[in-house]
Design a protein around this ligand. Structure first.
Ligand code: PHB
Length: 394
């Protein structure tokens, strides 16, 4: 077995893990990042597409991505559609901010390229990863793709290893709390070769359930509709999918553009937070620490926001030589996480049909949508949350 030493060991080479290693690299802190997935597996995973203004600034200002500005699409608003009418929430007019449509895959590709050109140590496709925090220094043991086994010793261990995190489970029994909510529905997501139906995202509430019309490129579109949690994608052919989209979205001159469907999947739908985010020299970030339902488009943004705080706290730890400063991370990160948990939950309940909803529940939901779209204050609340609670501009 080979032994390797580094300052910060990061488990998970998705956007959270790679951005952290990039930000630490800029502060002169050495990292080794490992992931059981190959580069192609991570790059080929279809994930969400919306970046908050602050996420874009973080990627651009840290030198992680310039492509987001040239190849991403700035959206100055979204549409909330109900009762057959579109109601636009004007982000720029209300809060002076925008979001960017730039898929997570591209965020990953940019970060991976930047790490490679900076000489960062990222190991994809490792297996049998195990973490141990019982000694004075945390260790990660893993098998390289060539079969050799490495024991990585670090000052700090970061779990950026997604919702099925192995790092989260290294916390001692009783060492952390968990808060979660399950929903009686999920999202059916698909990619279609079609023209865009609209120039902004359309979030639709209908009596048949929620639907979202998003985009990817001028010829590829991303869409979702509410389904049962145990729905099986293989039981849905193109006709059945388009029939469902049409009855939820089309009407009053608005029609979803159709075309061949090239990928389909059912997305897990759950709200989850664990705390604290630190035990001794192990810290959690991104989906390892919290998940949100996709309605608010917050998952990736929260992961990037965690990592921005974590990079600062880790730099403070090295400057002060004191592990107590690491405790600040939990409180700072979770403040934003709980706001986003509320927004994701709230937007979900406002737009989805809950099985068993009473006529009262349905009228109340329509009243809520009218309140949000029909009032400047209501719309501003939505716009501020969706674009991501910016600091006031200097
Ligand atoms: C997407 O384009 O994949 C997307 C956009 C907005 C969401 C969720 C997913 O709320």
């Amino acid at each position: 077995m080979k032994t390797l030493r580094t300052q910060v060991a990061i488990v998970g080479a998705g956007p959270a893990g790679l951005l952290l290693s990039h930000l630490l690299g800029r502060s002169g802190i050495e990292t080794v990042t490992v992931d059981h997935r190959t580069y192609d597996e991570i790059a080929g995973t279809i994930r969400a597409g919306i970046l908050e203004a602050g996420s874009v600034r973080l990627l651009v200002d840290s030198g992680a991505s310039t492509r987001v500005l040239t190849e991403g699409h700035r959206h100055d608003g979204v549409v909330l559609r109900f009762d057959g009418e579109n109601h636009r929430i004007d982000f720029q007019g209300l809060v002076g901010e925008s979001v960017w449509l730039y898929p997570q895959t591209d965020v990953f590709i940019d970060l991976a390229a930047r790490r490679r050109s900076d000489g960062g140590d990222v190991r994809y496709g490792v297996s049998d990863t195990a973490v141990d925090i019982s000694g004075a220094r945390p260790t990660v043991t893993y098998t390289e793709p060539d079969g050799s086994v490495t024991r990585l010793e670090a000052d700090l261990l970061i779990g950026a290893d997604g919702s099925r995190s192995i790092c989260r489970h290294a916390f001692p029994d009783g060492g952390r709390g968990e808060w979660f909510r399950e929903y009686p529905f999920a999202w059916f997501g698909f990619l279609a070769e079609a023209a865009p139906s609209h120039d902004e995202l359309v979030y639709t509430r209908s009596d048949y359930g929620f639907a979202l019309v998003s985009q990817r490129t001028p010829t590829v579109q991303r869409m979702y509709f509410q389904c049962a949690p145990d729905e099986r994608p293989q039981e849905w052919d193109d006709d059945r999918i388009w029939t469902e989209m049409r009855r939820r979205v089309n009407g009053n001159g608005f029609e979803v553009e159709e075309g061949p469907i090239t990928a389909k999947m059912v997305l897990p739908f759950r709200s989850f937070v664990t705390a604290p985010l630190r035990h001794d020299r192990l810290l959690l970030a991104g989906d390892a620490a919290h998940t949100v339902p996709p309605t608010g488009a917050k998952g990736l943004n929260l992961a990037l926001a965690d990592v921005a705080i974590l990079a600062e706290v880790i730099a403070d730890f090295y400057a002060a030589g004191d592990a107590d400063v690491l405790d600040r991370y939990t409180e700072r990160a979770l403040e934003r996480v709980w706001r986003a948990q509320h927004f994701s939950y709230w937007a979900t309940t406002m737009l989805h049909m809950v099985p068993g909803a009473t006529p009262f529940d349905i009228q109340r939901q329509r009243g809520e949508l009218a309140l949000i779209t029909g009032s400047r204050h209501g719309s501003t609340y939505f716009a501020e949350a969706y674009t991501g609670w910016q600091q006031p501009k200097q």
